[in-house]
Design a protein around this ligand. Structure first.
Ligand code: SF4
Length: 381
């Protein structure tokens, strides 16, 4: 197949649905965690869950970088923009994520802070070049996919001698989060959700390759299939997982061979290794502190680290009362389990990160209308 339309063909989807129905053992259930928010959106946008038999269920994971950023990090960014009077540059999704005290970056901007939405790290560098009398901080976040461009920006700033540019680094790592989920007592011992296998991330894996997943496939005896973002990718990968489960295998398989290799992108990995070190621990919304799950700017680029250049206090802000984002990000609740979903919390009035981000589970449940009318009816009764 060459064109994206071919990965959405109805006849092939029907054939895959029939294969899944035939091969799924009716005497057991299959809980498949899709790590990425991109997969969650593909599942709801194209109605993939509706094509599955009742015993094949998708469990939504924490693979939305905006969603997993905890409130203290957003509070810190707001503090950079307000107390330190910097030009704070970041991607659009983050602007509306609720911080503590009902604040957000966009509200801080409305109140006078210089917060600017950018499309790439290059935009932040351009702003720094154009305003040499102001400090410019790039609020960077994301999984391994968005980390190499941050590394490039740091190298460029160093090469150009840009003294007014720095990075507030919030890059996180996928394998550590998956391992943490598998070790979670909530999932392992209490048996709230037993995950039978993972749909591995697409874009992240294009950088890190399929090899890093070997450890926990082996250690935790869970199959992983790296899946593309189109509906046929998700369905084909689900079929591959079901086959592994049925055959008692726990291997890393790669459905997304048109992009992902075993070793990944060596150039991008070398760039990351040159500029970043592992953090000993980092807080994730929903998962808490996860050891070795994030990156910090290393010593050789320390002068471009906003956390060292500016004094930032660690807030104790917590999620809005009633918001179930933490449990949703752990895969133990669904957006419709949240009493605020579709009533108080909508994309126009988000109460939690999962409703803001274009990769968030709550946004997926709401955006494609599958649960919207139910909630509107319930609220009217
Ligand atoms: S619906 Fe809103 S309040 Fe509820 S979990 Fe999702 S983001 Fe949080």
């Amino acid at each position: 197949m060459k064109y994206v339309d071919e990965f959405r063909r109805k006849d092939l989807a029907q054939k895959l649905a029939a294969d899944i129905k035939r091969e799924a053992d009716p005497d057991r259930s299959y809980n498949v965690m899709e790590f990425c928010g991109g997969h969650t959106h593909a599942i709801f946008r194209y109605g993939v869950q509706d094509l599955m038999p009742d015993n094949v269920r998708f469990v939504h994971g924490p693979g939305c970088p905006v969603c997993v950023l905890p409130i203290p990090r957003i509070d810190a960014a707001i503090e950079l923009a307000t107390r330190h009077n910097v030009i704070l540059c970041t991607y659009g999704d983050l602007m509306r994520v609720p911080a503590s005290k009902k604040n957000s970056l966009i509200k801080a901007k409305a109140a006078g802070a210089d917060v600017r939405m950018i499309y790439s790290t290059q935009d932040a560098l351009t702003i720094a070049r154009d305003t040499p009398d102001r400090q410019v901080v790039f609020f960077s976040l994301g999984f391994e996919t968005t980390t190499p461009p941050t590394a490039v920006a740091l190298k460029q700033a160093r090469a150009e001698g840009l003294k007014n540019f720095s990075v507030f680094c919030n890059h996180v790592l996928t394998p550590a989060a998956i391992q943490h989920i598998l070790q979670s007592p909530e999932l392992r011992e209490l048996g709230q959700v037993s995950i039978d296998g993972f749909l591995g991330p697409s874009h992240v894996s294009s950088i890190i390759g399929s090899q890093p997943y070997d450890f926990f496939a082996e250690e935790f005896q869970k199959p992983v299939v790296i899946a593309g973002f189109e509906p046929l990718d998700v369905m084909q990968s689900t079929l591959m997982l079901i086959r592994q489960v049925n055959q008692g295998r726990f291997e890393v398989e790669n459905e997304y061979t048109r992009v992902v290799t075993r070793q990944g992108n060596e150039k991008a990995k070398a760039l990351m290794a040159e500029v970043f070190d592992l953090r000993r621990s980092f807080e994730w919304r929903g998962l808490g502190e996860v050891p070795y799950s994030a990156l910090k700017i290393n010593e050789s680029y320390a002068d471009l680290d906003a956390e060292l250049r500016f004094e930032v206090t660690k807030s104790t802000g917590t999620d809005v009362k009633g918001c179930e984002c933490p449990a949703i990000l752990r895969g133990v609740k669904r957006p419709t389990d949240c009493k605020l979903f579709g009533t108080v919390c909508t994309p126009d009035n988000p109460q939690g990160s999962c409703m803001v981000s274009s990769e968030g589970s709550c946004a997926a449940y709401w955006s494609y209308g599958r649960f919207r009318m139910d909630r509107i009816r319930e609220a009217a009764e």
